[in-house]
Design a protein. Structure first.
Length: 161
């Protein structure tokens, strides 16, 4: 289990000790999407959902999700985030909304989990705000797209064919 850093030599869960690691600039970009009926997407685009500005509320929820990641994921370190940027791209052809979250910090550990959590919370908020008219929405393809900083340096998801 050498590559699974959240386990000790006996296999017990642990929080990774980052005390001796230098604080460096780190960032991550994650994305995911929610598919829905075309009428639901149109209501979101027109601002006609009964609960108000769906994407505006989801943006704030995503930022809050990034900030609260250590409260949700048991072994994550609490981090002071310097940037959380949430963007939405409506996709009429696929009847979906794509969410991307860019998160940055200067710390001894990365922010991949914060970016992934931000995307999930933002997409769940869209679901919550629109579920009365479309319970069949599907959240999918939540994934890390890119990370930079730290010992492992830069990583980018290969372009899919």
């Amino acid at each position: 289990m050498d590559d699974l850093t959240h386990f000790d030599d006996q296999g017990a869960a642990r929080m990774v000790d980052v005390g001796d690691k230098p604080s460096t600039r780190r960032g991550a970009l994650a994305e995911g999407r929610i598919r829905m009926r075309p009428a639901t997407l149109e209501r979101i685009r027109q601002g006609g959902a009964g609960k108000g500005d769906v994407l505006g509320v989801a943006r704030i929820a995503g930022i809050m999700g990034a900030k609260r990641t250590a409260d949700l994921i048991p072994l994550c370190h609490p981090l002071a985030l310097s940037r959380v940027e949430i963007a939405f791209t409506p996709d009429a052809e696929n009847s979906a909304v794509t969410c991307s979250a860019r998160v940055e910090t200067t710390a001894p550990t990365g922010v991949e989990m914060e970016a992934l959590c931000a995307v999930q919370v933002a997409l769940l908020t869209i679901y919550d705000m629109c579920k009365a008219s479309d319970r069949g929405m599907t959240i999918e393809q939540v994934r890390l797209v890119e990370k930079h900083g730290g010992r492992s340096g830069h990583w980018q998801r290969p372009v899919e064919a």
